[in-house]
Design a protein around this ligand. Structure first.
Ligand code: RET
Length: 311
């Protein structure tokens, strides 16, 4: 059986750096690709055990691992990368030798650009945060990822300027989590608040390790691309499939309605919206329920009439 031939096959694609992953790095990236694929199938399988109106966290989390699965396929194949002149050449280093150019996986940032906003949405919906705050946090997150990418592609010491902007963005995100989001979550009661705390603490800890990995890899050129693969890979496996499993587990007894999320599902008899349609107002002989009918039924003013809710 032929082994992993990806590096040889794809050596014809694009330009290559002095310092690249070896077959070990490639094998590891493919392993993470498989873990992400398995997690995606599991989350989708679990989604189908729920009514459609209760699948939002399953779908969000499956989208995260599906995106990562493709990104890791790309990196395992030594694609989605570009050689960049390093700021620091380290002739005495056992890890990086005197390599002048290092391969930078820009595809990593495309993955994060898609997945980190989804991770934050997962967490902040659990806290029942007002949507304008969610948008502000996602903006900071996008700024963080883009500055990380531009910094990684920058060849001079100005790359650290971008890293610094990214750190400010990260601090803002963490501030929103430990302050406002935590208060909103605790107002929602035991279930949501416990799930938010577990996932929030883990996320805050993990996310601070990413800029350290960046400093040792794309930034400082201290560790070999194979070690970079392990560092980011381990972080991503914890931050995506494991974190996602914890979140979905936490949601087993929480309904979206409890979090203030309104999802219409007219085909599900257990959905409160359809139930109203079949409720006491159903006695109107199946006529389309409108606010006027509802109000006229027993002389009481219509509140959220069935007609209003099913529109
Ligand atoms: C960069 C460099 C610029 C400064 C900062 C960074 C932070 C990155 C983070 C990434 C998180 C990724 C996750 C991915 C997958 O699940 C861009 C490395 C602060 C926090 C969680």
């Amino acid at each position: 059986m032929p082994g992993n031939n990806a590096l040889a096959v794809n050596s014809v694609v694009g330009q290559h750096a002095n310092l690249e992953i070896t077959t070990h790095g490639s094998d590891w990236y493919y392993t993470v690709c498989a873990i992400m694929g398995f997690a995606t199938l599991t989350f989708m399988g679990l989604a189908f055990t729920k009514p459609q109106g209760h699948r939002i966290f399953h779908y969000l989390t499956a989208a995260i691992t599906a995106t990562a699965c493709i990104a890791y396929f790309c990196m395992g194949s030594n694609l989605g990368q570009v050689p960049i002149q390093t700021e620091f050449v380290r002739p005495g280093s056992r890890q990086v030798g005197s390599a002048g150019t290092r391969e930078i996986f820009y595809v990593r940032y495309i993955d994060w650009f898609i997945t980190t906003p989804l991770l934050l949405t997962d967490l902040l919906l659990t806290a029942g945060i007002p949507w304008p705050t969610l948008l502000a946090v996602i903006f900071a997150d996008i700024a963080m990822i883009v500055t990380g990418l531009v910094g990684a592609l920058t060849q001079t010491r100005y790359k650290w300027g971008f890293w610094t902007f990214g750190m400010f963005a990260l601090f803002y995100i963490i501030y929103e989590l430990v302050g406002p989001a935590r208060r909103h979550a605790s107002a929602l009661g035991d279930g949501p608040s416990k799930t938010f705390l577990t996932c929030g603490v883990l996320l805050s800890f993990l996310w601070f390790l990413y800029p350290i990995a960046w400093g040792l890899s794309e930034g400082g050129n201290v560790i070999h691309p194979d070690s970079e693969a392990i560092f980011y890979g381990v972080l991503d496996v914890i931050a995506k499939p494991l974190w996602g499993a914890l979140l979905i587990w936490g949601h087993r007894n929480i309904t979206p309605q409890q979090l203030g999320i309104n999802i219409h599902d007219n085909t599900n008899p257990n959905n409160p919206v359809s139930e109203k349609g079949r409720g006491p107002h159903g006695a109107h002989g199946g006529a389309p329920d409108g606010p006027a009918t509802t109000a006229g039924a027993n002389g009481t003013p219509a509140t959220a009439g069935a007609g209003g809710a099913t529109v």
